[in-house]
Design a binder for this molecule. Sequence first.
Ligand SMILES: Nc1nc2c(c(=O)[nH]1)N[C@H]1C(S)=C(S)[C@@H](COP(=O)(O)O)O[C@H]1N2
Ligand SMILES: [Mo]
Length: 202
Amino acid sequence: MEMEWKRADEAQADHASRVPPGQRLTAGFPVLHHGEVPYYRDMGKWDLRLFGLVEDETVISYGDFMKLPMREFGNDIHCVTTWSKLDNRWDGVPVAVIMEKVKLKPEAKFVMLHAEEGWTTNLPLEDFLRETSFLAVRHNGELLTPDHGYPVRMVVPHLYFWKSAKWLRGIEFLAADKPGFWERNGYHMYGDPWKSERYDFD
Ligand SMILES: Nc1nc2c(c(=O)[nH]1)N[C@H]1C(S)=C(S)[C@@H](COP(=O)(O)O)O[C@H]1N2
Ligand SMILES: [Mo]
């Protein structure tokens, strides 16, 4: 792609158009979660389970997961607590690659992401399947740190960042929507940052 030189004011306008209502930019990478950070000693105990409305449940070991085709993704992320972080670079497994491992039943319309310690978050199947959704292993060139979701976190950049489950361990396919952890505690079922869908009354 050809490099395009932008004047400072144009660059600023470009940034502004990338920041949803009520959000502020941060240069750092805040850490936010409920519960304890898991530390892994034995990756032989890690796996990723694909289950629910699939023909055959599948379990992917850490070794097999790391051999899946990965690619680079660039995106902006928006946390419901009002910080946004632009221009993230990630490496991860596209959702399409994961979906080759299972055959969905036609009733499947929603996804529940399961993280360590029973933490969950829900989203519609079509949002999970977007080409911009992926399972990340690196952020800005470095392996994910334990705080940010090592070894594998979901990234769904078009929804508020709480839908991007850290320490992902399971992907469950469902016929009907069901609230996950924060959704049971007052967060929005969908969470579109461009519509400020922060809480269930928004
Ligand atoms: N497993 C798990 N994933 C989680 C959370 C959590 O509590 N547990 N919090 C979510 C929330 S509210 C946010 S804003 C982002 C924060 O990700 P970060 O700490 O990498 O910035 O992770 C999301 N993923
Ligand atoms: Mo959050």
